[in-house]
Structure formats: structure tokens, C-alpha cells
Write a protein that binds this ligand. Structure first.
Ligand code: IMP
Ligand code: MG
Length: 179
């Protein structure tokens, strides 16, 4: 385990089997359709790549980069689009893939934006859900794990751009961000 982690919350094994299970549920729903899978950069990349490989329906891939957080662990309260989609979403069945839903600010805003742009449907798939932290009215359609209010890193998730490549989800030691 990385020295900055307090403990491992979800092992590689646990992540692999649950992501598979959720992806199969999503897959059933899209039989006969070609969804556009929108990954939210950068936190979702590892989850995204594991998730899409379990889908059997034809898919198209695209990415957006948004920020609601600055560099640290506290929300700045403003959604900024740093990279937009390559193509429009008019009439498309969109699946948004996100690493974690915390206050819900990012996904509430993003879902509203995609619907406003004319998406036929917007389904939200998250790896982690901190339900106790919710401030905005949004519930993921599919979520892999409900977690407590702890700051976690790994499997794509970062603190100050670090730790994304850890293969597990670990709880970051408080001493790392409370310096
Ligand atoms: P929300 O807009 O408050 O729902 O925040 C969602 C975003 O906050 C996620 O996409 C993450 O980038 C970030 N975030 C929230 N909690 C954590 C955490 O425990 N570890 C790493 N990033 C987090
Ligand atoms: Mg993120």
C-alpha cells in the first residue's frame, strides 16, 4: 500500500467484479441502441476503460473535462467546462461516466446541460457515491459503491493530480491534505 494511504477501501478484485456487474446491467438496457459514452476527465479514465470493455452494444466514445474543485479537497462551487465534447449530443442516448458523486454539483449541472443540448436520454454511471454529502438533487442511475465521507484516491481519483495510478481505492491520510 502507498505510504500516504491510511487503508485500502476497495481492492483491485472488488473493483473488477463490481464494475463488471454494473456494466452488464447497463448493457442490457442499451440492447439495439448505440449510446454515446461520455467520460468525465480525468478521474473516470480507469473506471471508464474497465466499464466500456464489458459492454456488448455498439458504443461511441467522447470526453469532457470540467472542474468544480480547485487543486485541493474543498469545492470551489463553480462548474467550468475545460474541454467540451467533439460532437453534438442531439438525439443521442448519453451515458455519463464519472468517478465519484459528492455534493452532486458536477453531475446535476452536466445532466441539465446535456438535456438542454437535446440529448434523447442521459444516464449517469458512477463508481463511488458519497450520499451523505449530497447538496444537489441528483441520484446516479447506476453506482458501484456507496462510501462514507472519506477522501479517497486511486483507480483514477486524485489529490492534487497524484495517486490516480494506484490500482485500488485507498483512504488518503488526513495528514497529507491537512498540512
Ligand atoms: P461534486 O461536484 O461535489 O459531486 O464533486 C465531484 C468531484 O469531486 C469528483 O469528480 C471528484 O473529482 C471530486 N471528489 C469528490 N470527492 C473526492 C474524493 O474523495 N477523492 C477524489 N476526488 C473527489
Ligand atoms: Mg472528477
Amino acid at each position: 500500500m502507498h505510504k500516504d494511504c491510511e487503508r485500502i477501501m476497495l481492492t483491485e478484485q472488488e473493483l473488477r467484479s463490481r464494475v463488471k456487474e454494473v456494466a452488464r446491467q447497463v448493457d442490457e438496457r442499451y440492447a439495439g441502441k448505440t449510446p454515446l459514452i461520455v467520460g468525465i476527465l480525468k478521474g473516470s479514465i480507469i473506471f471508464y476503460s474497465d466499464f466500456i470493455r464489458e459492454l456488448t452494444c455498439p458504443v461511441e466514445l467522447d470526453f469532457m473535462a470540467v472542474s468544480s474543485y480547485g487543486s485541493g479537497a474543498v469545492s470551489s462551487g463553480k462548474l467550468k467546462i475545460k474541454k467540451d465534447l467533439d460532437k453534438g449530443v442531439l438525439g443521442r442516448d448519453v451515458i455519463v461516466v464519472e468517478d465519484i458523486i459528492d455534493s452532486g454539483f458536477t453531475l446535476a449541472n452536466l445532466k441539465a446541460l446535456l438535456l438542454e443540448r437535446g440529448a434523447a436520454s442521459v444516464v449517469i454511471v458512477t463508481l463511488l457515491n458519497k450520499a451523505a454529502r449530497r447538496e444537489y438533487d441528483i441520484v446516479p442511475d447506476y453506482n458501484c459503491f456507496d462510501i462514507e465521507n472519506e477522501f479517497v484516491v486511486g483507480y483514477g481519483l486524485d489529490y492534487n493530480e497524484r495517486y490516480r495510478n494506484l490500482p485500488y481505492i485507498g483512504i488518503l491520510k488526513r495528514s497529507v491534505y491537512e498540512k
